[in-house]
Design a protein. Structure first.
Length: 399
Protein backbone atom coordinates (compact mmCIF):
# COMPACT_ATOMS: atom_id res chain seq x y z
CA UNK A 1 0.00 0.00 0.00
CA UNK A 2 1.44 3.44 -0.92
CA UNK A 3 1.82 5.95 1.88
CA UNK A 4 0.48 8.84 -0.20
CA UNK A 5 -1.21 9.65 -3.48
CA UNK A 6 0.41 8.51 -6.72
CA UNK A 7 1.83 11.05 -9.14
CA UNK A 8 -1.36 10.93 -11.23
CA UNK A 9 -3.32 11.40 -8.03
CA UNK A 10 -1.19 14.40 -7.10
CA UNK A 11 -1.73 15.91 -10.54
CA UNK A 12 -5.50 15.50 -10.17
CA UNK A 13 -5.28 17.05 -6.71
CA UNK A 14 -3.28 19.99 -8.08
CA UNK A 15 -5.74 20.54 -10.93
CA UNK A 16 -8.81 20.51 -8.67
CA UNK A 17 -7.28 22.76 -6.01
CA UNK A 18 -6.01 25.45 -8.37
CA UNK A 19 -9.07 25.43 -10.60
CA UNK A 20 -11.19 26.15 -7.52
CA UNK A 21 -8.87 28.98 -6.51
CA UNK A 22 -8.93 30.34 -10.05
CA UNK A 23 -12.69 30.71 -9.70
CA UNK A 24 -12.72 32.52 -6.34
CA UNK A 25 -9.39 34.38 -6.02
CA UNK A 26 -10.55 37.96 -6.35
CA UNK A 27 -8.63 40.99 -5.16
CA UNK A 28 -5.30 41.07 -6.97
CA UNK A 29 -1.87 39.50 -6.31
CA UNK A 30 -1.61 40.29 -2.60
CA UNK A 31 -5.04 38.78 -1.97
CA UNK A 32 -4.03 35.77 -4.06
CA UNK A 33 -1.12 35.13 -1.69
CA UNK A 34 -3.64 35.10 1.13
CA UNK A 35 -5.87 32.61 -0.66
CA UNK A 36 -2.87 30.39 -1.40
CA UNK A 37 -1.73 30.44 2.20
CA UNK A 38 -5.19 29.55 3.49
CA UNK A 39 -5.55 26.67 1.03
CA UNK A 40 -2.10 25.08 1.07
CA UNK A 41 -0.62 26.02 4.45
CA UNK A 42 -3.68 25.98 6.68
CA UNK A 43 -6.18 23.64 5.01
CA UNK A 44 -4.21 21.13 2.92
CA UNK A 45 -0.93 21.47 4.87
CA UNK A 46 1.28 20.98 1.83
CA UNK A 47 3.95 23.15 3.50
CA UNK A 48 4.60 25.15 6.67
CA UNK A 49 4.19 28.90 7.05
CA UNK A 50 7.96 29.45 7.08
CA UNK A 51 8.44 27.54 3.81
CA UNK A 52 5.56 29.47 2.25
CA UNK A 53 7.09 32.78 3.32
CA UNK A 54 10.42 31.67 1.84
CA UNK A 55 8.61 31.02 -1.43
CA UNK A 56 6.89 34.40 -1.36
CA UNK A 57 10.25 36.09 -0.73
CA UNK A 58 11.73 34.38 -3.80
CA UNK A 59 8.77 35.42 -5.95
CA UNK A 60 9.11 39.01 -4.73
CA UNK A 61 12.74 39.05 -5.91
CA UNK A 62 11.96 37.78 -9.41
CA UNK A 63 10.36 39.85 -12.16
CA UNK A 64 6.87 38.85 -13.16
CA UNK A 65 3.60 38.22 -11.30
CA UNK A 66 4.50 37.05 -7.78
CA UNK A 67 1.21 35.25 -7.14
CA UNK A 68 1.36 33.38 -10.46
CA UNK A 69 4.95 32.36 -9.75
CA UNK A 70 3.88 31.14 -6.31
CA UNK A 71 1.13 29.09 -7.97
CA UNK A 72 3.64 27.47 -10.34
CA UNK A 73 6.06 26.79 -7.50
CA UNK A 74 3.40 25.22 -5.28
CA UNK A 75 2.27 22.94 -8.09
CA UNK A 76 5.88 22.05 -8.88
CA UNK A 77 6.68 21.22 -5.27
CA UNK A 78 3.64 18.98 -5.07
CA UNK A 79 3.79 17.16 -8.41
CA UNK A 80 6.96 18.13 -10.29
CA UNK A 81 7.37 20.26 -13.39
CA UNK A 82 4.11 19.05 -14.90
CA UNK A 83 2.36 19.91 -11.65
CA UNK A 84 3.65 23.48 -11.91
CA UNK A 85 2.33 23.90 -15.45
CA UNK A 86 -1.00 22.29 -14.53
CA UNK A 87 -1.38 24.52 -11.45
CA UNK A 88 -0.73 27.64 -13.55
CA UNK A 89 -3.11 26.61 -16.31
CA UNK A 90 -5.93 25.73 -13.91
CA UNK A 91 -5.48 28.88 -11.81
CA UNK A 92 -5.43 31.07 -14.92
CA UNK A 93 -8.11 29.29 -16.98
CA UNK A 94 -11.32 30.86 -15.56
CA UNK A 95 -10.26 34.48 -15.95
CA UNK A 96 -8.46 33.76 -19.24
CA UNK A 97 -11.63 32.30 -20.77
CA UNK A 98 -13.68 35.26 -19.55
CA UNK A 99 -11.17 37.82 -20.84
CA UNK A 100 -11.02 36.17 -24.25
CA UNK A 101 -14.82 36.13 -24.29
CA UNK A 102 -14.86 39.80 -23.36
CA UNK A 103 -12.56 40.45 -26.30
CA UNK A 104 -15.30 39.12 -28.58
CA UNK A 105 -18.02 41.28 -27.02
CA UNK A 106 -16.16 44.27 -25.59
CA UNK A 107 -19.11 46.61 -26.07
CA UNK A 108 -21.76 44.46 -24.38
CA UNK A 109 -20.86 44.55 -20.69
CA UNK A 110 -20.37 48.29 -20.28
CA UNK A 111 -18.41 49.93 -17.46
CA UNK A 112 -17.82 47.48 -14.62
CA UNK A 113 -15.79 49.73 -12.33
CA UNK A 114 -18.85 51.11 -10.48
CA UNK A 115 -20.65 47.80 -10.06
CA UNK A 116 -21.75 47.12 -6.48
CA UNK A 117 -20.81 43.44 -6.60
CA UNK A 118 -17.31 44.37 -7.75
CA UNK A 119 -17.01 46.69 -4.76
CA UNK A 120 -18.01 43.77 -2.54
CA UNK A 121 -15.27 41.62 -4.05
CA UNK A 122 -12.72 44.28 -3.17
CA UNK A 123 -13.98 44.31 0.42
CA UNK A 124 -13.64 40.52 0.58
CA UNK A 125 -10.01 40.94 -0.48
CA UNK A 126 -9.44 43.16 2.58
CA UNK A 127 -10.56 40.31 4.83
CA UNK A 128 -8.43 37.77 2.98
CA UNK A 129 -5.25 39.84 3.19
CA UNK A 130 -5.91 40.77 6.82
CA UNK A 131 -6.20 37.07 7.70
CA UNK A 132 -2.93 36.34 5.90
CA UNK A 133 -1.14 39.12 7.78
CA UNK A 134 -2.61 37.94 11.09
CA UNK A 135 -1.70 34.28 10.60
CA UNK A 136 1.74 34.80 9.11
CA UNK A 137 2.55 37.43 11.71
CA UNK A 138 1.78 35.05 14.57
CA UNK A 139 3.87 32.25 13.04
CA UNK A 140 6.80 34.21 11.61
CA UNK A 141 7.14 37.05 14.12
CA UNK A 142 7.13 35.22 17.47
CA UNK A 143 9.64 37.52 19.18
CA UNK A 144 10.19 41.25 19.60
CA UNK A 145 13.01 41.47 17.03
CA UNK A 146 11.08 39.87 14.17
CA UNK A 147 7.94 41.81 15.03
CA UNK A 148 10.03 44.98 14.88
CA UNK A 149 11.42 43.97 11.47
CA UNK A 150 7.87 43.50 10.17
CA UNK A 151 6.64 46.83 11.53
CA UNK A 152 9.66 48.76 10.28
CA UNK A 153 9.39 47.10 6.85
CA UNK A 154 5.74 48.11 6.60
CA UNK A 155 6.55 51.66 7.69
CA UNK A 156 9.30 51.99 5.06
CA UNK A 157 7.02 50.72 2.30
CA UNK A 158 4.25 53.11 3.28
CA UNK A 159 6.75 55.97 3.00
CA UNK A 160 8.59 54.68 -0.09
CA UNK A 161 6.50 52.74 -2.58
CA UNK A 162 7.68 50.62 -5.47
CA UNK A 163 9.07 47.19 -6.24
CA UNK A 164 12.67 48.16 -5.46
CA UNK A 165 11.64 49.24 -1.97
CA UNK A 166 9.97 45.85 -1.42
CA UNK A 167 13.10 44.02 -2.50
CA UNK A 168 15.21 46.32 -0.35
CA UNK A 169 13.31 45.70 2.90
CA UNK A 170 13.38 41.93 2.35
CA UNK A 171 17.14 42.07 1.77
CA UNK A 172 17.68 44.21 4.86
CA UNK A 173 15.44 41.91 6.88
CA UNK A 174 17.57 38.98 5.74
CA UNK A 175 20.78 40.75 6.77
CA UNK A 176 19.37 41.56 10.22
CA UNK A 177 18.17 37.98 10.61
CA UNK A 178 21.60 36.63 9.68
CA UNK A 179 23.33 38.92 12.20
CA UNK A 180 21.00 38.09 15.08
CA UNK A 181 19.99 34.45 14.52
CA UNK A 182 22.96 32.79 12.81
CA UNK A 183 24.20 31.15 16.04
CA UNK A 184 20.76 29.90 17.06
CA UNK A 185 20.18 27.86 13.90
CA UNK A 186 23.76 26.55 13.63
CA UNK A 187 23.01 23.19 15.21
CA UNK A 188 19.44 22.62 13.95
CA UNK A 189 19.43 23.54 10.26
CA UNK A 190 20.40 20.93 7.70
CA UNK A 191 20.86 21.45 3.98
CA UNK A 192 18.39 19.72 1.70
CA UNK A 193 19.67 17.51 -1.09
CA UNK A 194 18.74 18.27 -4.67
CA UNK A 195 19.67 15.94 -7.52
CA UNK A 196 22.37 17.20 -9.87
CA UNK A 197 20.19 16.63 -12.92
CA UNK A 198 17.66 19.09 -11.47
CA UNK A 199 20.40 21.72 -11.31
CA UNK A 200 21.42 21.02 -14.91
CA UNK A 201 17.81 21.30 -16.07
CA UNK A 202 17.33 24.48 -14.06
CA UNK A 203 20.40 26.07 -15.67
CA UNK A 204 19.05 25.11 -19.09
CA UNK A 205 15.71 26.75 -18.32
CA UNK A 206 17.39 29.98 -17.19
CA UNK A 207 19.52 30.03 -20.36
CA UNK A 208 16.33 29.59 -22.43
CA UNK A 209 14.74 32.53 -20.63
CA UNK A 210 17.61 34.87 -21.58
CA UNK A 211 17.88 33.48 -25.11
CA UNK A 212 14.23 34.30 -25.74
CA UNK A 213 14.56 37.73 -24.14
CA UNK A 214 17.49 38.63 -26.38
CA UNK A 215 16.61 36.62 -29.48
CA UNK A 216 12.92 37.40 -30.00
CA UNK A 217 13.44 41.12 -30.78
CA UNK A 218 16.19 40.20 -33.26
CA UNK A 219 13.97 37.65 -34.99
CA UNK A 220 11.00 40.03 -35.06
CA UNK A 221 13.01 42.89 -36.57
CA UNK A 222 14.79 40.71 -39.14
CA UNK A 223 11.73 38.81 -40.36
CA UNK A 224 8.97 41.40 -39.91
CA UNK A 225 6.71 38.55 -38.83
CA UNK A 226 3.75 39.95 -36.91
CA UNK A 227 3.19 36.84 -34.80
CA UNK A 228 6.79 36.96 -33.58
CA UNK A 229 6.54 40.71 -32.89
CA UNK A 230 3.37 40.23 -30.83
CA UNK A 231 4.86 37.35 -28.85
CA UNK A 232 8.05 39.34 -28.29
CA UNK A 233 6.12 42.32 -26.94
CA UNK A 234 4.19 40.26 -24.42
CA UNK A 235 7.24 38.18 -23.47
CA UNK A 236 9.29 41.31 -22.72
CA UNK A 237 6.44 42.80 -20.69
CA UNK A 238 6.27 39.64 -18.59
CA UNK A 239 10.05 39.50 -18.24
CA UNK A 240 10.78 43.06 -17.15
CA UNK A 241 7.94 43.93 -14.79
CA UNK A 242 8.55 44.22 -11.06
CA UNK A 243 5.88 44.98 -8.50
CA UNK A 244 2.83 42.96 -9.48
CA UNK A 245 0.18 42.74 -12.16
CA UNK A 246 -0.81 46.42 -12.27
CA UNK A 247 2.74 47.46 -13.14
CA UNK A 248 2.58 45.51 -16.40
CA UNK A 249 -0.23 47.69 -17.77
CA UNK A 250 1.93 50.64 -18.92
CA UNK A 251 4.39 48.17 -20.45
CA UNK A 252 1.62 46.46 -22.38
CA UNK A 253 0.14 49.75 -23.50
CA UNK A 254 3.54 50.81 -24.84
CA UNK A 255 3.59 47.62 -26.92
CA UNK A 256 0.05 47.48 -28.31
CA UNK A 257 -1.22 51.07 -28.60
CA UNK A 258 1.69 52.83 -30.42
CA UNK A 259 1.90 49.88 -32.82
CA UNK A 260 -1.76 50.39 -33.72
CA UNK A 261 -2.78 46.92 -32.61
CA UNK A 262 -5.30 48.23 -30.03
CA UNK A 263 -6.64 51.76 -29.42
CA UNK A 264 -6.70 53.39 -26.00
CA UNK A 265 -10.47 53.04 -25.53
CA UNK A 266 -10.39 49.28 -26.10
CA UNK A 267 -7.29 48.96 -23.93
CA UNK A 268 -8.99 50.71 -20.99
CA UNK A 269 -12.21 48.75 -21.46
CA UNK A 270 -10.30 45.51 -21.09
CA UNK A 271 -8.49 46.83 -18.03
CA UNK A 272 -11.82 47.68 -16.39
CA UNK A 273 -13.15 44.19 -17.05
CA UNK A 274 -9.98 42.58 -15.67
CA UNK A 275 -10.65 44.22 -12.29
CA UNK A 276 -13.89 42.27 -11.96
CA UNK A 277 -12.42 38.82 -12.46
CA UNK A 278 -10.69 36.30 -10.20
CA UNK A 279 -7.20 35.04 -10.92
CA UNK A 280 -4.13 36.91 -12.19
CA UNK A 281 -4.43 40.33 -13.83
CA UNK A 282 -1.99 39.09 -16.49
CA UNK A 283 -4.96 37.37 -18.18
CA UNK A 284 -5.61 40.86 -19.57
CA UNK A 285 -3.21 39.63 -22.26
CA UNK A 286 -5.86 37.15 -23.42
CA UNK A 287 -8.26 40.01 -24.10
CA UNK A 288 -5.60 42.03 -25.92
CA UNK A 289 -4.63 39.07 -28.09
CA UNK A 290 -8.26 38.47 -29.03
CA UNK A 291 -8.70 42.11 -30.02
CA UNK A 292 -5.38 42.24 -31.89
CA UNK A 293 -6.14 39.24 -34.07
CA UNK A 294 -9.96 39.65 -34.23
CA UNK A 295 -12.11 37.35 -36.35
CA UNK A 296 -13.67 33.94 -35.55
CA UNK A 297 -10.34 32.38 -34.53
CA UNK A 298 -9.21 35.33 -32.45
CA UNK A 299 -9.16 33.12 -29.34
CA UNK A 300 -5.98 31.59 -30.73
CA UNK A 301 -4.42 35.06 -30.63
CA UNK A 302 -5.57 35.35 -27.03
CA UNK A 303 -3.83 32.08 -26.14
CA UNK A 304 -0.71 33.19 -28.02
CA UNK A 305 -0.44 36.40 -25.98
CA UNK A 306 -1.21 34.57 -22.73
CA UNK A 307 1.66 32.19 -23.42
CA UNK A 308 3.93 35.12 -24.22
CA UNK A 309 3.26 36.99 -20.99
CA UNK A 310 3.23 34.00 -18.61
CA UNK A 311 6.17 32.07 -20.08
CA UNK A 312 8.87 34.29 -18.48
CA UNK A 313 7.41 33.75 -15.00
CA UNK A 314 7.26 29.98 -15.53
CA UNK A 315 10.85 29.85 -16.77
CA UNK A 316 12.23 32.04 -13.99
CA UNK A 317 10.55 30.28 -11.08
CA UNK A 318 11.23 26.76 -12.40
CA UNK A 319 14.86 27.72 -13.12
CA UNK A 320 15.52 29.21 -9.69
CA UNK A 321 13.41 27.04 -7.39
CA UNK A 322 15.82 24.04 -7.29
CA UNK A 323 18.66 26.33 -6.18
CA UNK A 324 16.42 28.14 -3.70
CA UNK A 325 15.18 24.83 -2.32
CA UNK A 326 18.74 23.82 -1.49
CA UNK A 327 19.90 27.27 -0.42
CA UNK A 328 17.20 27.67 2.22
CA UNK A 329 18.53 24.57 3.99
CA UNK A 330 21.94 26.13 4.67
CA UNK A 331 22.61 27.35 8.22
CA UNK A 332 23.38 30.94 7.28
CA UNK A 333 20.40 31.06 4.91
CA UNK A 334 18.05 29.80 7.63
CA UNK A 335 19.15 32.65 9.86
CA UNK A 336 18.71 35.19 7.10
CA UNK A 337 15.31 33.82 6.18
CA UNK A 338 14.05 34.42 9.70
CA UNK A 339 14.54 38.12 9.13
CA UNK A 340 13.43 38.01 5.49
CA UNK A 341 10.21 36.20 6.42
CA UNK A 342 9.45 38.84 9.02
CA UNK A 343 9.99 41.48 6.33
CA UNK A 344 7.55 39.63 4.05
CA UNK A 345 4.93 40.02 6.78
CA UNK A 346 5.70 43.74 6.70
CA UNK A 347 5.29 43.78 2.91
CA UNK A 348 1.84 42.22 3.26
CA UNK A 349 0.95 44.59 6.11
CA UNK A 350 1.82 47.62 3.98
CA UNK A 351 -0.13 46.18 1.05
CA UNK A 352 -3.13 45.64 3.33
CA UNK A 353 -3.30 49.42 3.66
CA UNK A 354 -2.27 50.37 0.12
CA UNK A 355 -3.63 49.35 -2.33
CA UNK A 356 -6.09 46.91 -0.70
CA UNK A 357 -7.62 49.13 2.03
CA UNK A 358 -7.25 52.47 0.24
CA UNK A 359 -8.81 51.10 -2.93
CA UNK A 360 -11.77 49.49 -1.17
CA UNK A 361 -12.85 50.98 2.18
CA UNK A 362 -14.49 54.41 2.18
CA UNK A 363 -17.32 54.15 4.73
CA UNK A 364 -18.42 52.52 7.95
CA UNK A 365 -20.54 50.09 5.94
CA UNK A 366 -17.45 49.02 4.02
CA UNK A 367 -15.54 48.49 7.23
CA UNK A 368 -18.38 46.39 8.63
CA UNK A 369 -18.23 44.03 5.64
CA UNK A 370 -14.44 43.76 5.94
CA UNK A 371 -14.68 42.89 9.64
CA UNK A 372 -17.36 40.28 8.99
CA UNK A 373 -15.29 38.76 6.19
CA UNK A 374 -12.22 38.62 8.43
CA UNK A 375 -14.18 37.05 11.27
CA UNK A 376 -15.77 34.44 9.03
CA UNK A 377 -12.38 33.46 7.64
CA UNK A 378 -10.33 33.58 10.82
CA UNK A 379 -12.61 32.20 13.53
CA UNK A 380 -15.61 30.60 11.83
CA UNK A 381 -13.39 28.88 9.22
CA UNK A 382 -15.85 29.74 6.45
CA UNK A 383 -14.70 28.64 2.96
CA UNK A 384 -13.17 31.59 1.09
CA UNK A 385 -15.48 31.12 -1.92
CA UNK A 386 -18.52 31.57 0.34
CA UNK A 387 -17.05 34.70 1.95
CA UNK A 388 -16.39 36.12 -1.53
CA UNK A 389 -19.97 35.36 -2.60
CA UNK A 390 -21.48 36.93 0.51
CA UNK A 391 -19.30 40.03 0.15
CA UNK A 392 -20.30 40.41 -3.52
CA UNK A 393 -23.97 40.32 -2.52
CA UNK A 394 -23.42 42.77 0.34
CA UNK A 395 -21.55 45.13 -1.99
CA UNK A 396 -24.76 45.79 -3.91
CA UNK A 397 -26.30 47.28 -0.77
CA UNK A 398 -23.45 49.55 0.34
CA UNK A 399 -22.13 50.89 -2.97
Amino acid sequence: MPNGPTNSGKLAEVAAAFLKLGLISFGGPIAHLGYLREEFVHRRRWLEDAAYADLVALCQFLPGPASSQAVFALGMLRAGWLGGVLASVCFTLPSAVLMIGFGYGVSLLGDLQNAGWLHGLKLAAVGVVAQAVWGMGRNLCPDRIRLSIAILSAAVLLLISGALAQIGVILLGGVVGWIIYRKEVLETAAPERVERKQHVLAWGILVLFFLLLIGLPLIASSTGERNVAVFDGFYRAGSLVFGGGHVVLPLLRAEVVPNGWVNDDMFLAGYGAAQALPGPLFTFAGYLGTVIYSGPNAWLGGLWCLLGIFLPAWLLISGTLPFWHQLRGQNWAQAGLRGANAAVVGVLLAALYRPVWVGSVSSGNDLAICLLAFGLLQWWKTPPWLVVLLAAIAGNFVK
